[in-house]
Design a protein around this ligand. Structure first.
Ligand SMILES: *Cc1c(COP(=O)(O)O)cnc(C)c1O
Length: 424
């Protein structure tokens, strides 16, 4: 294994001794199969992405948005990937790799349920038993995704420790992995965790920028001036950036969740945002050194975003490094801008985006309104990381509660919001 740090001071393997052999074995398999295409792994991965996943996803010229912003806006439609988000690229890659490694069992953790759902789908497709750890609180908040996982044959193990959310689910999955590592692969859901996960997950997601770069050159004959993607852990982000990183003239914008505000309540241990690239400090979380939301004593702060998939205190080490070296610009969009962008994209382009994705579009609008300063240039590629079906209830509640002008459907939203509230 190469012990060099590809991400400057970030990354590494901050894990209990018991997990080191597992990481070494995984790293060897990553090099053999993913980097060197041994036994035709990469060919089989691409074939399954095509036939099961529906790749390539389109790069679509957005007529209305282009007119509104007086720029050429192209949408990379990862919302059209099987499952409705980019997450399958990674889940399918890792479950297939586990098969090549001779593993017999898949485990994963999930917060909002999106990664658990993608992993359950991939495991069913590849005929692998699958168990998903999920906090009890999240299970009750995300019932549709729990059903989807169960329908795909996965076991969902409720985690009752702590607050019953993602953090505890990750600890529980690590514990399982340490005890069963010989026959089990742990599918991590973003470009986070100990090496080689951040590089490997990025490689599985890099198909997004590989296609987008080709597609834009086919359509326009040139490269974009800028590329925009939302960032939670940062897997759709790095996937969309990867093949443009070496193109120095292409601006790369990672849009984080500004939540309610960028301020921090140290006493309560809360950062009402998930903007770890914009406001975080160096520290260690979930096996890697990266930028995190933490207090002055190094305690991890509780994060917030209206979008569950961005609600995470850390970020991938590679993104942290690319921000430190000024290659990626971190920007942020708060809950309200994101909700407005959600309605705008739905109405103007006929695309209902995931709330995570809506942050990327909120950034375009903020630049147009002069609220953010960015030289986006003439041609902009925006990654539509996922579709919004999973978010409709949240959107109804939040739109009503915040009195956001959603256009002609406002009364309908209020009605639906009220009856949804009555039913509680
Ligand atoms: C999970 C998710 C994200 C955030 O995860 P990243 O690793 O930051 O990409 C973004 N968009 C959608 C649709 C998601 O499901």
């Amino acid at each position: 294994m190469s012990t060099e740090r590809p991400f400057g001071k970030y990354g590494g393997q901050y894990v209990p001794e018991a997990l080191m052999p597992a990481l070494e074995e995984l790293n060897e398999a990553y090099e053999r199969y993913v980097l060197n295409n041994e036994d035709g792994f990469v060919d089989e991965f691409r074939e399954r992405l095509r036939d099961f996943g529906g790749r390539p996803t389109p790069l679509q010229y957005a007529e209305q948005l282009s007119a509104r912003y007086d720029r050429d806006i192209y949408l990379k439609r990862e919302d059209l990937l099987h499952g409705g988000a980019h997450k399958l690229n990674n889940a399918l890659g890792q479950v297939l790799l586990a098969k090549y490694m001779g593993k017999e069992r898949i485990i994963a953790e999930t917060g909002a349920g999106q990664h658990g759902t993608a992993t359950a789908m991939a495991a069913a497709h590849l005929d692998m038993p699958c168990e998903i750890y999920m906090g009890e609180t999240d299970i009750s908040r995300q019932r549709p995704n729990v059903f989807r996982m169960r329908l795909n044959g996965a076991e969902v193990n409720p985690v009752t420790t702590g607050r019953g959310t993602l953090k505890e689910a990750i600890s529980e999955t690590m514990r399982d992995w340490a005890a069963t590592v010989e026959r089990t692969h742990y599918v991590i859901g973003s470009i986070v965790g100990p090496a080689p996960f951040p590089s490997m997950v990025r490689d599985f997601q890099a198909v997004i920028s590989e296609e987008a770069r080709e597609q834009l050159r086919d359509q326009t004959g040139s490269l974009p001036d800028s590329v925009v993607a939302c960032a939670g852990g940062g897997s759709n982000t790095m996937g969309t950036f990867h093949h443009f990183v070496k193109d120095d003239d292409v601006g790369l914008y990672a849009v984080e969740a500004g939540g309610d505000s960028l301020s921090v309540d140290e006493e309560a241990g809360v950062a009402p945002n998930s903007a770890s690239l914009s406001t975080g400090e160096e520290g260690v979380l979930h096996g890697a050194r990266t930028r995190l939301l933490q207090d002055s004593d190094g305690q991890i702060l509780e994060s917030h975003s209206v979008s569950a998939g961005l609600d995470y205190a850390g970020v991938g080490p590679e993104l942290a490094h690319l921000v430190d070296t000024n290659r990626v610009s971190p920007v942020n969009v708060d809950d309200e801008l994101a909700l407005n962008a959600f309605h705008r994209l739905s109405q103007t382009e006929g695309i209902i985006p995931a709330l995570e994705t809506a942050h990327a579009f909120g950034f375009l609008e903020a630049v147009e309104a002069g609220k953010r300063d960015a030289a986006l240039g003439e041609t902009v590629v925006v990654n539509v990381s996922g579709r919004g079906d999973k978010d409709l209830e949240t959107v109804v509640e939040e739109t009503t509660a915040r009195d956001i002008d959603a256009g002609p459907d406002m009364d309908l939203f209020r009605q639906v919001g009220r009856s949804a509230g009555d039913g509680k």
